[in-house]
Design a protein around this ligand. Sequence first.
Ligand code: ATP
Length: 197
Amino acid sequence: MIFGLTGGIGSGKTAVSDRFKALGIHIVDADIAARTVVEPGQPAWLDIKEFFGPDVLLEDQSLNRAWLRQQVFADNDNRKQLETFTHPRIRDEIIRDLSSSTSAYTLLVSPLLIESGQVVLVKKVIVVDVPEEAQLERTCSRDNNDAEQVKRIIAAQISREKRLAQANWVIDNSLPLETLDARVEALHQELLAVSQS
Ligand code: ATP
């Protein structure tokens, strides 16, 4: 059985999924799939190179993400085109990884689980939830991100209310990190029971 784990930027998805991993659960990370499909030589990389031209590549042939972000931000058609190249391949990569799982159940971790439609791949949804102020503070202190950029990302993601409305379980990650192990362990027992029923 596949469960989805989602949450806004800096909500604590990695903190939570690392704990499931330690319990032996196979984690499929949508962010990793998104990076894998645009590695040099991959079909999505070839399409992107052909459409956007040589400026889209850095010297080592990897994508110039900053440049590409500007093209997509400035022009909706560019964004749609990029999504046409990447989304079906990301989905295929996620499905490939999900089907390789041999653990009691599998977690699909995705910041855009709901927005991207990846939610159809999962049986039930776990939401890692914190107030926006915590998202902002934790993301800024983790990556030295500038607050305006993080605010823009939060605004572009689905709202906290809409995300929570999709949740079968909510992990309140405004609580201290020291309490997370026990709460993940308790949820793990529930997920084992659901996946065996
Ligand atoms: P992203 O969407 O950017 O990938 P994420 O949802 O995976 O982020 P994490 O990287 O797990 O979020 O957490 C963001 C930051 O907050 C990290 O530095 C992490 O150590 C810290 N953090 C996570 N949970 C807590 C907590 N309960 N209390 C305090 N800090 C926390």
